[in-house]
Design a protein around this ligand. Structure first.
Ligand code: ASP
Ligand code: MG
Length: 424
C-alpha cells in the first residue's frame, strides 16, 4: 500500500468555467512532487442540467435534445478558452456526449433510476476528460482513471451502495499502477458501476464520498476537499452571521454535524476516513494558502455551538384512536410503512399520548402514510416546519431561539438539542 498518496476532491464550483479550471491547475502546480489522486465533480451546475434532460426525456416533451445541446455548448465555450481548436479533447468530449444521445434515441426506460444514472453520470466523465487534457497541456502529467473500474456497487441506482471488498481489490488492480507511474491521476466523483458494468451514482453531492472511498482504498496520507468556502463553519453564515470557522474538529463531531444536516460535506464521507485514521482537510480553492479546517481523530475540547437546519419538515403527530398510548404493537407497523415509503426521518419523540416523527415533506408521502396506519392510529401532520439541530448549545442560544421561533417540540440529549420550529 502506498502511504504517500494524497487525495484531492474538487467540486463543481471549482471547475465551473475556464478561469476556475485555470485556478485549479495553478493550485496543482504546487503539488507536482506528490502522488496525487484527484476526484472531480461535474462542471458547475451540470448535474442539475442533466437531471432536466432526463426529466424531459421521460415526459417526452421533445425538449431533451435542445437542453442537451445547450449544455454541450456551455462545455464547448469553456473548452474554446482552454484549448486550441485542433486539440483531441474535442473528440473525446463529443464521443462522451454521444452516449446520452443514444439513450435519448430510445423510448424512456421503465426503470427511471437506471436511466437517470446512465445520463447524469456523463457530467463527471466529461469534466474529468477536460481537466485531464488541460493539466497535461500545462505540463502536469496526468492520467485519466474511470471510477467505474474501481468503485463496484449494488444495483440501487441513484443511491448505490459500495461493495467494499471488491472495490479495494479493483483499486489495487486498476488505480494503484497508475499512481505508481508518477504524476497525477484524475477520476470522477459520484459514479460507480454494477457487477454487470452498468453505471450507478452514489447520490447527489456524492463526490466527497467518492474521494473518501478512494482515500480508504489507497490508505491515503490525507484527503482534501477544495471548496469555495474557507473551511467548516459553526453554522451557515448566510443565516447566522455570527458563525465562525472551525480550525479543527474531530471525526465524530463532523459525523454528528453532517448527520444533523450541516451541508459541509456529504454525510457518508467521514466514516471511511475515520476507519483508516486519514485526516481530512477542508480548504478554499479561492484562498489556497489558508489552512482551512482539519478533521481528524484528535479530540477538540471546546466547540462553539454548531447549528444545522433541516428545512422542508413535516411533523407527524401520531396518536391512538382510543386515546390510549402508542405502544410496541404500533411501532412495527409505523416504521414498516415509513420504510416502505422511503420516508426520511429526522426526529422522533414519544410522549404519553402522541408519538412525534419529523420527516422531509416529499410528494404525497404523508397522505399515504396516514392512510396506511389509519386502522388504529390517527396522524395529524403539521407542514412548513424546520428542524434546528444544535451541538454544544448554550442556555443563551436556546433561549434566543425560543424567542425568535415558535417551537412545537424540543428534545435534548447529551451534547445535542433539537427544535422543531415554524418557518421564520
Ligand atoms: N455532480 C454531482 C452533484 O452535483 C456530485 C457532486 O458534485 O458531488 O450532485
Ligand atoms: Mg458538489
Amino acid at each position: 500500500m502506498d502511504q504517500s498518496t494524497k487525495v484531492f476532491k474538487f467540486g463543481g464550483a471549482s471547475v465551473k468555467d475556464a478561469e476556475a479550471i485555470r485556478n485549479v491547475a495553478e493550485i496543482l502546480q504546487n503539488y507536482r512532487q506528490d502522488t496525487l489522486l484527484i476526484v472531480l465533480s461535474a462542471m458547475g451546475k451540470t448535474t442539475n442540467a442533466l437531471e432536466a434532460v432526463v426529466n424531459a426525456h421521460v415526459a417526452q416533451t421533445n425538449e431533451a435534445t435542445s437542453l442537451l445541446e445547450a449544455l454541450k455548448l456551455q462545455h464547448y465555450l469553456v473548452m474554446n478558452e482552454l484549448f486550441s481548436s485542433d486539440d483531441e479533447v474535442y473528440a473525446l468530449v463529443n464521443d462522451t456526449f454521444v452516449e446520452i444521445e443514444w439513450v435519448l434515441d430510445e423510448e424512456p426506460h421503465d426503470n427511471f433510476d437506471y436511466m437517470y444514472d446512465q445520463i447524469v453520470s456523463v457530467g463527471e466523465l466529461i469534466s474529468t476528460k477536460i481537466l485531464c487534457a488541460y493539466l497535461n497541456n500545462q505540463g502536469l502529467p496526468t492520467q485519466w482513471l474511470d471510477a467505474r473500474d474501481v468503485i463496484l456497487t449494488n444495483e440501487l441506482y441513484r443511491e448505490a451502495w459500495v461493495q467494499w471488498q471488491e472495490t479495494e481489490e479493483r483499486f489495487q488492480k486498476n488505480a494503484q499502477p497508475l499512481l505508481q507511474k508518477g504524476g497525477f491521476v484524475v477520476t470522477q466523483g459520484f459514479i460507480g458501476a454494477t457487477q454487470e458494468n452498468f453505471t450507478t451514482t452514489l447520490g447527489r453531492d456524492g463526490s466527497d464520498y467518492s474521494a473518501a472511498i478512494f482515500s480508504f482504498c489507497a490508505g491515503a496520507e490525507s484527503m482534501t476537499i477544495w471548496k469555495d468556502a474557507p473551511g467548516v463553519f459553526s453554522a451557515d453564515p448566510r443565516f447566522f452571521p455570527e458563525a465562525t470557522m472551525l480550525p479543527e474538529m474531530s471525526y465524530d463531531e463532523a459525523i454528528a454535524m453532517t448527520y444533523y444536516g450541516a451541508k459541509i460535506i456529504h454525510l457518508k464521507t467521514v466514516g471511511p476516513l475515520k476507519r483508516k485514521h486519514i485526516p481530512l482537510h477542508v480548504r478554499s480553492f479561492l484562498e489556497p494558502s489558508a489552512e482551512g479546517t482539519l478533521i481528524s481523530e484528535r479530540e477538540v475540547t471546546t466547540y462553539p455551538p454548531l447549528l444545522a437546519i433541516e428545512a422542508n419538515q413535516v411533523l407527524l403527530q401520531i396518536s391512538n384512536k382510543d386515546y390510549s398510548f402508542v405502544t410496541e404493537q404500533h411501532f412495527s407497523q409505523i416504521f414498516n410503512v415509513i420504510s416502505d415509503l422511503r420516508m426520511q426521518v429526522t426526529f422522533i419523540q414519544n410522549t404519553p399520548l402522541i408519538l412525534y416523527i419529523s420527516v422531509f415533506d416529499q410528494g404525497d408521502k404523508v397522505v399515504q402514510f396516514a392512510d396506511r396506519i389509519q386502522d388504529s392510529l390517527e396522524t395529524s401532520p403539521v407542514k412548513n416546519l424546520e428542524l434546528i439541530n444544535i451541538r454544544h448549545a448554550t442556555a443563551e442560544l436556546l433561549t434566543q431561539l425560543r424567542q425568535e421561533r415558535k417551537v412545537l417540540v424540543e428534545q435534548t440529549n447529551g451534547a445535542s438539542a433539537h427544535l422543531i420550529v415554524e418557518k421564520s
